[in-house]
Design a protein around this ligand. Structure first.
Ligand code: ATP
Length: 325
């Protein structure tokens, strides 16, 4: 692996609510993403994945407060003003592959005209070369040239996804940020989309990195080099994808529970519900649902060695729960 494309240190996002309450949407996220690498950020709905992505793109609402740092390709994102973000970050250093391509594309304009406009804006392609450049840009995302004069509503879900991906790739950004790129697609299309995203990371001449936010663990397994598991606003485990999905498996009890809840792995739900982000306990946020929890979990575990847990599961076969108290 080469140098880091994205460096996130101690990133926290809180929303200040009317009445003075605080919602701790992201707490102390800390990770790097290297060129040529794909990191899948997984976790249940509402755990803070999209807020983390919005923080990187500078798209948080006015009631958000941030702390920590996030650097992409030498640019510090959290302190950046809107002008810097618009001119040097979005599209140029971070390309967003959106959750809902149909909503992201402009409905009244053809794919060709949207590609040409984005090319003009991001790469300064001269007018006479725009047509050929748009065809080449479409090709990179396997969008057929024969469909370039269609409007978004005339495209299938898969082709709309490719059109959005083609637009995202125009600026040659070193970081691709895909927020739930496979939502609403059937399994075959999920696999194809995942493979294509992977290809854009592998093929990037200067080393592109992909941060994929998803709750689709099968898509994460197909594409990711590493997996980051988020629970109640906090990354609780970062692991090598092969070890995580295979052997020895996840070390954090929540991450183990996530896998065990998959239909093909026994369909065993994790008991209880996640805590409210406006009312997090002082200790481990998963302790109330965890069969390994002890009194020690009343103190918040630090994040060390890719793990935030006082009682991680080790590779020892029997995995007995620790003595309580
Ligand atoms: N502007 C806001 N003000 C207050 N709370 C917010 C705001 N935006 C998001 N939140 C809260 O932050 C938390 C994290 O939301 P986020 O959308 O990041 O979750 P997610 O993991 O991406 O979920 P999903 O998979 O459903 O998109 C949620 O509890 C959400 O209600």
């Amino acid at each position: 692996m080469s140098t880091a494309v994205l460096t996130v240190r101690d990133l926290s996002v809180r929303f200040r609510m009317r009445g003075g309450g605080l919602v701790a949407a992201v707490s102390c996220a800390d990770f790097d993403l290297a060129a040529g690498e794909c990191l899948a950020l997984v976790g249940e709905s509402g755990c803070g994945k999209s807020v983390l992505a919005s923080a990187l793109l500078g798209l948080l609402p006015g009631n958000a407060e941030t702390a920590g740092t996030a650097t992409v390709d030498g640019v510090e994102l959290l302190g950046a003003d809107e002008r810097t973000l618009a001119r040097t970050v979005r599209g140029r250093r971070i390309a967003l592959v959106p959750q809902s391509p149909a909503a992201h594309l402009t409905p009244v304009r053809t794919v060709r005209s949207q590609l040409e406009e984005t090319l003009r804006e991001l790469t300064g392609t001269p007018r006479r070369q725009l047509r050929a450049a748009a065809v080449a840009a479409a090709e990179r995302a396997a969008f057929p040239a024969s469909h370039l004069d269609r409007h978004p509503h005339e495209l299938s879900g898969g082709l709309a996804q490719r059109a959005a991906t083609a637009l995202a790739l125009v600026g040659d950004a070193p970081l691709l940020l895909a927020d739930e790129p496979t939502t609403g697609l059937d399994r075959a299309l999920v696999d194809r989309t995942a493979d294509e995203l992977r290809r854009h990371v592998t093929d990037g001449a200067d080393g592109r990195a992909l941060l994929m936010i998803t709750h689709d663990l099968a898509a994460a397994r197909r594409i990711a080099d590493r997996v980051a598991v988020m629970y109640a606003g906090r990354i609780v485990e970062i692991a090598d994808a092969e070890a995580f999905f295979g052997r020895p498996g996840p070390r954090h009890p929540y991450a183990r529970g996530l896998l065990a809840a998959l239909p093909e792995r026994g369909f065993t739900p994790i008991p209880g519900l996640p805590p409210e982000l406006s009312d997090l306990p002082p200790g481990c946020a998963f302790a109330a649902r965890c069969d390994r929890a002890t009194d020690r979990c009343g103190t918040r575990p630090g994040f060390t060695g890719g793990l935030a847990c006082h009682h991680p599961v080790t590779a020892v076969a029997a995995d007995p729960a620790p003595d309580r108290g």
